[in-house]
Design a protein around this ligand. Structure first.
Ligand code: ZN
Length: 266
């Protein structure tokens, strides 16, 4: 019985994460086109039909409908399903990861710890940044501000990092990026630089350096792949934000440990 209830709790957590990321997906769609994110019911971008309650159930509705709108039969981008699955997984993972220290782990009580919610919200912001940057090559300042606010909360949630580590983190990657952008025009966008400054404040210097390393690696692999496939030309610019967001997401969990391990080798 207890096992079953515990299972239900984890299912509930997954559903919560999926629903919240589903909303973030709507935000990422509507912000660039200037639509309100709070007013206006969810609708099909193809035919404008307002979605029914059943169609709003994350993940399941997409599968039941076969990825198509019931009104116009238009394809629902698979990104919707991806965001919902990612949100569910992120919520469950943050619950588990940030619950360990409090002795929570897999049997943790409550829906999510404050630290878990903090991590989940950071991942949510990164997901929106990645989607919008991918579509429009713009990262909005409101996301940077959100990250700084989470960084201030981190001062209280993770006091072991301290203010000095966070201030160094804010500059560790963003300043070199800024200098490089001055030297080589178009090397990095202003939004990318601000993202790494705000995230450095949130993560501390070790994790933000690791995030940059992962971002450059993934972005580099992507570029080489696209060049090899002839899908982009050498002159074309790609959105770097999604790769930085992936690096930052990984770094939230493993950045400190990875850099600590690397430093121990020196
Ligand atoms: Zn439709």
């Amino acid at each position: 019985m207890i096992v079953m209830l515990n299972g239900l709790l984890w299912l509930l957590r997954f559903a919560m994460g999926a629903s919240i990321f589903s909303f973030f997906q709507v935000v990422a769609c509507r912000l660039p086109i200037g639509e309100s994110v709070v007013r206006g019911r969810s609708h099909c971008p193809g035919c404008g039909r307002v979605l029914t309650a059943a169609e709003l159930i994350p993940c399941i509705s997409y599968v039941v409908q076969g990825g198509k709108c019931r009104g116009c039969g238009g394809k629902i981008p698979v990104r919707y399903l991806g965001m919902e699955l990612a949100g569910g997984a992120a919520f469950v993972w943050c619950c588990w990861f940030f619950g360990r220290e409090q002795g929570g782990g897999l049997s943790g009580s409550g829906v999510i710890s404050p630290a878990g919610l903090w991590g989940f919200l950071y991942l949510g912001i990164l997901a929106m940044v990645a989607l919008i940057d991918w579509d429009t090559r713009v990262i909005y300042d409101r996301f940077h501000i959100g990250i700084v606010l989470l960084g201030l909360a981190a001062l209280w949630l993770f006091p072991e990092h301290g203010l000095a580590d966070r201030l160094i983190g804010a500059a560790a990657v963003s300043v070199p990026m800024f200098v490089l952008a001055l030297a080589v025009s178009g090397a990095f966008g202003g939004g990318d630089i601000k993202l790494m400054a705000a995230s450095g404040f949130l993560l501390g210097w070790r994790a933000v350096v690791f995030a940059m390393f992962v971002g450059l690696l993934l972005g580099g692999i992507y570029c080489i792949g696209m060049l090899a496939a002839g899908r982009v030309s050498r002159k074309e610019q790609i959105a770097f934000g999604p790769f930085l967001a992936l690096g930052l997401s990984a770094s939230l969990f493993w950045g400190d440990a990875a850099v600590g391990w690397y430093l121990s080798l020196l």
